[in-house]
Design a protein around this ligand. Structure first.
Ligand code: ZN
Length: 397
């Protein structure tokens, strides 16, 4: 058994941790608490950058749909007209010190696989660096009005306005122990101080995570059409492979989740789990047959150069029930005070918050437009805005 599989059995299965592993967890807990203590008591100062910062992360080890959530949030904030940038640690990056902006030509070795997926899907600037303060400053210098920090829940040096914690609803908190005897990077009490707890996938739910009125929500991941990994632009419906045997390749935090997704779609996967951030070689994709090979998008960005023609990836998108979506976005807008920095999509000028009989609106005096605010979420579209008469009381300060 590999050390990784052994740990998984201890964290999420019935295997009991040996005494020496259990002895290490209190030491880890002490280091976590002392780090928080140093920041809480002013011995270490978080660095506040010039724009609002939203952190998306988790308190346990392993994949929980963080990348799809970052992509979702970046797209939503961009839809409000905000200049969004993502800063990422760049896991899976080879060497690489300092801050690197993601470019069209960046490779996974330069910026890490997750950053590459975020850049492709969210279509916003991405800055990679282990020093997230410097990465955020680089993003702001290039025009970002709001920064999303990918996986920065434990990176306390970067001051933040809002935090979203993801929890894998399938695995929950495992055995509930801190590293290394359990999967937790911080005690579960940490969830009481975040803006929102997002439970990813079916399984455990917001009910068990609801504490003191904090927003607890459910996110589901849905697969789209399969896309060719290589240079061809081919697409193929996942359902068209139902009943077929395929090679399923996943170098992610929780490969079983990906395999289960394929089985749910009716496929018959031959499982090839690989370590998270695996560095692919052409031999990894040679199985001596012509069965379709299906992988995650995070794997695909590392295999484009040598993927055989029958190699596909499954793009995954985050979905929320409408009420959860409004609750999450509303909470983030409020905690990060994003309403204050929204600008008119037409003239890029400032907006003024106002109330009228029909509810709240955001008013652009220059264009005489009133943008509606529905369920706390502004609708920043010209066609949804109301043209105001020059004498409209909303135009008076
Ligand atoms: Zn305007």
């Amino acid at each position: 058994m590999s050390p990784e599989a052994w740990l998984q059995q201890i964290w999420y299965g019935r295997r009991r941790a040996p005494w020496w592993l259990r002895a290490l967890s209190p030491l880890f807990g002490l280091s976590v608490r002392s780090r928080h203590w140093l920041y809480a008591h002013g011995w270490r100062r978080p660095v506040r950058v010039a724009v609002p910062v939203i952190v998306v992360g988790n308190i346990s080890v392993g994949g929980t749909g963080k990348t799809p959530l970052v992509i979702w949030l970046a797209s939503r904030l961009a839809g409000l007209g905000l200049a969004v940038a993502v800063v990422s640690r760049g896991y899976g990056r080879r060497g690489g010190r300092g801050v690197a902006p993601l470019r069209a030509t960046s490779s996974a070795e330069e910026v890490g696989d997750e950053a590459l997926v975020i850049g492709r899907r969210a279509q916003c600037p991405v800055y990679v660096g282990s020093d997230r303060v410097r990465a955020a400053q680089a993003a702001i210098a290039a025009g970002a009005a709001v920064v999303i920090a990918d996986d920065g829940l434990q990176h306390l040096r970067l001051a933040r306005d809002a935090e979203i914690a993801l929890v894998d609803a399938q695995r929950g908190f495992g055995n509930g122990a801190l590293l290394p005897a359990g999967p937790l990077r911080e005690p579960t009490g940490r969830l009481e101080s975040v803006s929102a707890v997002v439970w990813s996938g079916e399984g455990f739910g917001p009910a068990t995570g609801q504490r003191q009125g904090r927003t607890a929500l459910r996110m589901l991941l849905a697969g789209g059409d399969l896309a060719a990994v290589g240079t061809a632009a081919a697409r193929c419906a996942l359902a068209s492979l139902a009943g077929q045997q395929v090679h399923a390749v996943a170098g992610i935090g929780n490969p079983q989740r990906f395999f289960a997704m394929l089985r749910t779609a009716g496929l018959n996967p031959i499982e090839h789990p690989l370590p998270d951030h695996h560095r692919y070689r052409p031999g990894d994709l040679q199985f001596g047959d012509t069965l379709p090979i299906i992988m995650t998008e995070k794997d695909a960005v590392k295999c484009q150069a040598f993927a055989p023609a029958q190699c596909w990836y499954l793009p995954v998108t985050a979905h929320f029930a409408p009420a959860d979506e409004r609750a999450l976005l509303g909470r983030i807008l409020m905690d990060a005070r994003l309403l204050d920095i929204l600008v008119c999509p037409l003239c890029k000028g400032p907006l003024r918050r106002a109330s009228e009989a029909g509810g709240k609106v955001l008013v652009c005096g220059a264009d005489r437009l009133a943008y509606p605010v529905r369920d706390g979420i502004p609708v920043m579209l010209e066609e949804e805005a109301r043209l105001l008469e020059p004498t409209d009381p909303l135009l008076e300060r």
